[in-house]
Design a protein around this ligand. Structure first.
Ligand code: NAP
Length: 275
């Protein structure tokens, strides 16, 4: 009898992760055999855990903060995308090997194209706010899609300079105090900072900042409609919330582990939002 496939999400902390609800909803919806569980793993335990999970019937895992870089380093093979981003969020165990991928950039672009179908990489400069882990994936995805000018602004300028040095992308670093100026000419603005998230300070900007031709997206999805997106809507911009990125980044892993290509639907959005 074939084994029931197991998968999960490794993080520290991990209790807040919506991935178990997301994958659980798909498993039920498609009537598939399998389980997806949250796995709290401390940093020092990661190498041992990753070598042990396949022996326990795990076919793969998602990886979240703070393990994404370490997971890539521990993998036996990695996709060009994971290498370009410098981090892994999706591991597949096969034939005793760990295969690493990063689907965050894919999820970001799918969500952007769903929410703003008129946006094209050639429309003009993209302004990325923030230079953390999420920004890395967004920048690599934008460059890969053909965006030829990426303006990058971060509170800690040195971190933006590091991304410029490490990523193969057309990046111009903009001072944090000047991002509103860069926003005037941007075809696309992406908030990848944690500002605006429930419990965090808001992202500060002046009224009427946005040009109505600019597409504005926020990676924050709690709340779904941030002040940033609300202001942009008020200026007539097309806006895209961050939930779709979370849903789309999960699909490639689900397909590899459970053998079924899942759909990102309104019902899935509702189930994950309710969790
Ligand atoms: P991270 O690596 O910790 O980076 C945090 C970023 O926020 C840094 O650029 C940091 O700037 C900036 N920041 C934090 N507090 C700030 C403040 N008070 N003023 C100005 N900038 C501030 O986190 P991450 O993994 O990139 O995640 C960032 C956000 O994206 C989180 O809200 C996360 O939930 C969201 N996210 C969403 C998805 C999705 O699927 N929708 C996926 C990944 C992440 P400094 O460098 O100056 O500290």
């Amino acid at each position: 009898m074939s084994k029931i496939p197991l998968a999960g999400v490794i993080g520290c902390p991990v209790a807040h992760s919506r991935s178990p609800v997301l994958h659980g909803t798909w498993l039920r919806q498609y009537g598939l055999k399998g389980h997806y569980v949250p796995l709290h793993v401390e940093k020092d335990d990661l190498p041992h855990v990753l070598r042990t999970l396949p022996k326990m019937g795990f076919v793969g895992v998602n990886v979240t903060i703070p393990h994404k870089e370490a997971a890539l380093a521990l993998a036996d093979t990695a996709t060009p995308m994971a290498r370009a981003i410098g981090a892994a969020n999706t591991l597949t165990f096969d034939d005793g090997l760990i295969h690493a991928d990063n689907t965050d950039g894919y999820g970001f672009l799918r969500n952007l194209r769903d929410g703003a179908p008129a946006w094209e990489p050639t429309n003009g400069p993209a302004l990325v706010l923030g230079a953390g882990g999420a920004a890395r994936a967004v920048i690599v995805a934008l460059a890969d899609a053909g965006v030829t000018q990426i303006q990058l602004s971060n509170r800690t300028r040195a971190r933006a300079e590091t991304l410029k040095a490490e990523l193969s992308a057309p990046i111009d670093v903009v001072d944090w105090s000047d991002w509103a100026l860069a926003a005037q000419d941007a075809a696309l603005i992406i908030n990848t900072t944690s500002l605006g998230m429930a419990g965090q300070p808001a992202l500060e900007f002046s009224e009427g900042l946005f040009n109505p031709r600019t597409v504005v997206t926020d990676l924050v999805y709690t709340p779904l409609e941030t002040d940033f997106l609300r202001q942009a809507q008020g200026c007539g911009c097309v806006t895209v919330d961050g939930l779709g990125m979370l849903l789309h980044q999960a699909a490639p892993g689900f397909e590899r582990w459970f053998g079924y290509k899942p759909e990102v639907s309104e019902a899935l959005r509702a189930a994950v939002l309710k969790a």
